[in-house]
Design a protein around this ligand. Structure first.
Ligand code: 13P
Length: 252
């Protein structure tokens, strides 16, 4: 099974209108590497202007509510994000699991809402440093996959992002053996949960991915792309990651 690499940028709570200029070069790089899927998830206020500026680039959101409308001040519903032009949304990022106390069940509800409105759900999972040190990393992460994955998940509507919490924004990454073991464990869990689709669902690695380590990370079995934070904020840092994915495609 050949899975297309997906390089997705998560701008988190960064960027104003003037920052959208970074997208021009990112869109050019995406066009130059048609075998790589590229997406940027800016703050929700920038989704519509981003789509307008670079219509050819996939733009996504960083979260959505589980319901389609209602009395939830400050929240954004999946159909609103779809209307703004989003094609995908991150759900269950560890920063939201920590800051907003989101549970696996919450995350599954959000992924289901995304699916109802034709948004690909990028479901984030990942262990803390304490959990890894206690030897619980695989059980924690596969448990999160089990609890967060909607039963209707398909290769087209769902992506998993494995982001070790201790690797996010720290410059530290797991060993390639640890990455390989975790991605294989996630694939095995997907086979249990959604047998027919498991082979096609992409599993991204996230956590301090950059132009220097992307080639090595993306070459690991079952690493089907990256979810990139800091290095997605500038074209100078993000484009080399797209190129690393494109290079791997060229070698296949
Ligand atoms: P960094 O690439 O900044 O470590 O962030 C990863 C991340 O959290 C992407 O969602």
């Amino acid at each position: 099974m050949t899975r297309r690499k997906l390089i997705a940028g998560n701008w988190k709570m960064n960027g104003h209108l003037d920052h959208l200029r970074e997208l021009d070069e990112i869109a050019n790089a995406a066009e130059a590497h048609p075998d790589v899927d590229v997406a940027i998830c800016p703050p929700a206020t920038l989704i519509a202007p981003a789509v307008q500026r670079v219509p050819g680039l996939t733009i996504g959101a960083q979260d959505c509510h589980a319901e389609d409308r209602g009395a939830h001040t400050g929240c954004l519903a999946a159909p609103m994000l779809a209307e703004a032009g989003a094609k995908c949304t991150i759900v269950g990022h560890s920063e939201r699991r920590a800051d907003q106390g989101e549970t696996d069940a919450d995350v599954r509800g959000k992924a289901e809402a995304a699916h109802r409105h034709a948004l690909t759900a990028i479901i984030c999972v990942g262990e803390t440093e304490e959990q890894r040190d206690a030897g619980e990393a695989e059980s924690v992460v596969t448990g999160q996959v089990e609890g967060s994955l909607p039963p209707d998940a398909t290769a087209a509507n769902t992506v998993i992002a494995y982001e070790p919490v201790w690797a996010i924004g720290t410059g530290r990454i797991p060993t390639m053996d640890d990455v390989a073991a975790m991605h294989a464990a996630i694939r095995a869990k997907l086979s249990e949960l959604v047998a027919g689709e498991a082979d096609g669902i992409r599993i991204l690695y996230g956590g301090s991915m950059n132009g220097d380590n992307a080639g090595e990370l993306l070459a690991v079995d079952h690493v089907d792309g990256g979810l990139v934070g800091g290095a997605s904020l500038s074209a100078d840092k993000f484009v080399p990651i797209i190129e690393a994915a494109g290079f791997l495609y060229g070698r296949r």
